[in-house]
Ligand binder design. Sequence first.
Ligand SMILES: [Fe+2]
Length: 247
Amino acid sequence: MSFLSNIFGKKEPKLPFDFSVFKTDMHSHLIPGIDDGSESLENSLEMIKEFASLGYTKLVTTPHIMSDYFKNSPETILPGLDKVKQALTENNINITLEAAAEYYLDEFFIQKIKEKNILSFGNNYVLFELPFMSEPPQLAETTFELQMAGFKPILAHPERYGYWHNNLEKLQEQKDKGVLLQINLLSVIGHYGPEVQKAAEKLIENNLFDLVGSDCHRIQHLEALKNATIKESILRKIEARAINATI
Ligand SMILES: [Fe+2]
């Protein structure tokens, strides 16, 4: 069908997300005032209410932990989580909220892994991200250390690393080593530009992804996702993967 449509120059239909298929979102920035995400408790509640109304039942929020920029730790994240959870109860917002972190791959991260001072979620999953400029030389060492410590690494938004856009083998290599790949829904709708959108579609078409997440930092991100439509073939692949996800 899509083959014939292509021949006759017909455009593939575009559809909105059905967020209730996802149930759990495992990448967001919803703890107020500790990273570049939510700025206030009010912001957090507004976003979480929107997640619930879209059909999500569980959120694992993942504040940045990044060298000198976001010096977070369990000591800043967990009390923040308690505050938000208390406000959810007070405001009758019915959704499960947990917290882990999005670790930036730097020397502090390796140190924390060695100390086993890591916030994981679910079945020992650890979300981490890479620099956007170039592949870090300590990538293999870090994922190895994570796995040796009993964690299951999840690489955040592989489609956003431009240095891999023409090198899918690198991502296949990560998968072969047991690193899970998490694509941002915001990439799929073109929020970071056409290059990243194209990369996200390529990974999805090639089944080079394990999870999708929102990476929501502010209410505008949720509004953009709610109002977006995406190619039907891409949507179906995302939905199939989300249904089979065990997180
Ligand atoms: Fe993030």
